[in-house]
Ligand binder design. Structure first.
Ligand code: KG4
Ligand code: ZN
Length: 338
């Protein structure tokens, strides 16, 4: 094992082209290029995402290495997101990583994107100790994960339909807001009344959750109200956003609390793009106070998609000697245990 290990990490699973340099588990740089091309389409257009990754990746990697004050020859290992994600986007990152590793004759480590969201908690202090429970909520996934060790995780429950981020984004779309709508719903909700419009909270088994019923309820609610007042959305935007957000958080927190109680866990965190939501962060802090939990919320930059979390995961895989060979291929869907 090397005394000093510099990892170049690449994340390209969706619409962020990101590269980071991790030195012995510390982030030296983390560059994120968010693709703006999708805004007008109300969602990520896969073909456009792949093309934008191809356009961005060389420059993003160059800046990451430069900002870390290193040269390409200082990189000892390349890490990349292997799954899950948009297949074309994943292939761009994986191909770049493999080419870089082959050209410099250095090893490769592939990383599971959702595992990396969880391990974003280990980028900065305070870091949780094990066992630790994490609600991982992004645009494509929503899971409650029990973390027994860095690379030993068990998904206790997950969404059976839409992800929490999709619930935010689809609500925003119904309200005529651009993609990604999550941050906008968050913004308008801050001046709204969360109890103004009550929406249903789904009842699922165990630790699973569902958002499709909520989505349909919002659609019918808006259709009905718009018949009475064509400007209903404009006149009530803040209250609608606050009410929907309140319901999404209630659905998530109910199950997180149940899992923490059943497993007797008092270290609880949130991760993934939706964990950037201000009310979700506050809800975790509030419940944490009542329950005497120690709560963990990564810095905003490490909540949404970023390569630093890929690099930190690769570092723990490196410590365990879990390398990947050049023949490994990315996959759009991947079970937790690869
Ligand atoms: O983890 P992420 O960056 O990408 C995926 O792996 O999907 O998550 C993106 C999701 C989007 O659905 C976006 O709307 C949501 O995270 N999001 C938010 C907020 N910031 C990002 N949702 C609610 N409130 C926010 N402040
Ligand atoms: Zn993500």
């Amino acid at each position: 094992m090397l005394h000093e290990i510099n990892i170049l990490a690449i994340e390209s699973s969706c619409d962020e082209t990101s590269a980071a340099i991790i030195q012995n588990g510390n982030v030296l740089s983390n560059i994120i290029a968010t693709q703006k091309v999708h805004e007008q389409f109300g969602g990520v257009v896969p073909e456009m995402a792949s093309r934008a990754h191809m356009q961005n990746i060389v420059a993003v990697v160059d800046v990451a290495i430069k900002n870390a004050r290193l040269n390409k020859s200082d990189i000892h290992l390349v890490a990349f997101t292997q799954a899950p994600g948009l297949i074309g986007s994943l292939i761009v990152g994986a191909s770049f990583a493999k080419s870089f590793a082959q050209a410099r004759n250095i090893p490769l480590i592939s990383v599971h994107h959702m595992q990396a969201h969880v391990l974003a908690h280990f980028i900065e202090d305070p870091k949780p100790t094990f066992p630790f429970l994490c609600l991982t909520v992004s645009g494509g996934h929503s899971q409650i994960v029990l973390i027994k060790d860095y690379l030993q995780m068990e998904v206790l429950g997950e969404t059976i339909d839409d992800a929490a981020g999709e619930a935010f984004d689809k609500t925003a779309k119904m309200l005529g807001l651009p993609y990604p709508g999550g941050p906008l719903v968050d913004k308008y909700a801050q001046s709204g009344n969360p109890k103004k419009f009550p929406f249903p909270v789904s009842e699922m088994k165990n630790y699973d959750f569902s958002f499709s019923g909520l989505k349909t309820a919002i659609l019918y609610f808006l259709q009905k109200e718009k018949l009475k007042d064509p400007d209903f959305i404009k006149n009530n935007l803040n209250d609608i956003c606050a009410s929907v957000q309140y319901t999404i958080i209630k659905i998530l927190m109910k199950k997180l609390e149940k899992a923490a109680d059943s497993y007797g866990i008092t270290q609880v965190g949130i991760a993934g793009g939706v964990s950037a939501n201000s009310s979700l962060r506050n809800a975790l802090i509030e419940i944490g106070k009542n329950k005497d939990w120690q709560v963990f919320i990564p810095k905003f930059e490490y909540c949404t998609d970023n390569a630093a979390m890929i690099g930190i995961t690769a570092y723990y895989k490196y410590l365990k000697g879990e390398f990947t060979d050049l023949s490994s291929v990315p996959t759009a869907r991947a079970s937790w245990h690869e």
